[in-house]
Design a protein around this ligand. Sequence first.
Ligand SMILES: Cc1cc2nc3c(=O)[nH]c(=O)nc-3n(C[C@H](O)[C@H](O)[C@H](O)COP(=O)(O)OP(=O)(O)OC[C@H]3O[C@@H](n4cnc5c(N)ncnc54)[C@H](O)[C@@H]3O)c2cc1C
Length: 425
Amino acid sequence: MVQYDVLVVGGGTSGMMAAISAAENGAKKIALVEKNKILGRKLLVTGGGRCNVTNNRDKEEIIAHIPGNGRFLYSAFYQYDNYDIMNFFRSHGIALKEEDHGRMFPTTDKSRTIVNALSAILEKNNVALYTDAPVENILIEDNAAVGVLLKNGQELHADRVILSTGGRAMPRTGSTGDGYKWAKKAGHTLSPLYPTEVPIESNEEFIQNRTLQGLSLRDVRLSVLNKKGKEVIAHQMDMIFTHFGISGPAVLRCSMFVHTTMKKDNTDTVTMRLDAVPDQNKQELEQSIRSSMKSDGEKSIKNALKQLVPERYLLFGLNKNQLSEDMPLKQLTQNQIQALVHYLKDFQFQANGTLPIEKAFVTGGGVNTKEVNPKTMESKKTNHLYFTGEILDYNGYTGGYNITGAFITGRIAGMHAAESLLNKA
Ligand SMILES: Cc1cc2nc3c(=O)[nH]c(=O)nc-3n(C[C@H](O)[C@H](O)[C@H](O)COP(=O)(O)OP(=O)(O)OC[C@H]3O[C@@H](n4cnc5c(N)ncnc54)[C@H](O)[C@@H]3O)c2cc1C
């Protein structure tokens, strides 16, 4: 029988870090069990294949960018934070660089650099690697995790078991949600799973007719409204219209709130609001149209106003308001000006949900964080069992926040699993 001190299930972002952390904190015999032939398949595809390894913002800001239960991570962050992640890689010879919005990448611009570095550190620490080794079940005896059963029938036993099997987003990377049923078996409840950081779908006619398909809008303000018309969230970033709805950074960030708002309001659609000219308020915009009417009144509406928004978006609005694009700007009536301002600042349409979880970057929901000790990541339901990463019910925006959460929870679980063994000895 093979007996380990610490056994980690899942050789992804958080699992690799958990195994390294267990070794660096004194555990002697560690195993990392991964169902793929290689480690870190999901990490390899992050950041467009460049690995957005963490973010260079302070704790509070990082947690604010983890809108799904980020507060659960406070205690972990006070033990190990994003600066520790950067120091960890730099101390292992990996140079990092900062890009827009604090995003950190290896200077090689290759995820492979990060996965290779983690693999080398695992090897240096003599972590036993089981790859191409899907776990079938976890073994629990007398209310304590004692190991795993592999699909090939082999049992691996351990004093501490860490579940790092990820969520259900992009299952081709190996994260097919296997860990959830073991969490349930260990007595945990799950918050319902839903896709986040995912494009939004809409059945609106202009989407179905592909009127705006392919049109990108830069630095616009996109909001999700609840059924009372109150803004639930807004993000000012880029977006694009697609054949099924909308996508792009502002959309991905709003996607979680499409789900939470529909659930809270008990509806199957949600209102989105698009402000295409966010740097001017309605009065300022009206004023600037009026000034153009004086200076450029002979010009057609299309030519006079196309500096405000892309021409296609403007034409769509003119059409909606039955305005001819060739009409001279000076002929606009007060009502027509107000209708245009309304369209540019407050265009509302219905969303019908998002693409499915398989197409999402991140999984919302998961193992109920109230049932996990935030200081150690240890289960409150089953002894000697720990959780890390996306299997837990927290989720962040893309931009390095999920990877940071995965590395940090992995670090903390590995550390406390090892320390609890040393304390026992
Ligand atoms: C395309 C894409 C881009 C992304 N970009 C970013 C980004 O830029 N910034 C950011 O912060 N986040 C990003 N993310 C999210 C981020 O990658 C994840 O949140 C993070 O990797 C989760 O880490 P994890 O350890 O929880 O799970 P994973 O990294 O998914 O690891 C789980 C591992 O467990 C293994 N496993 C599952 N079941 C079993 C089993 N039965 N037996 C053995 N092994 C098993 C899987 O094969 C997998 O290797 C992106 C995600 C995707 C899909």
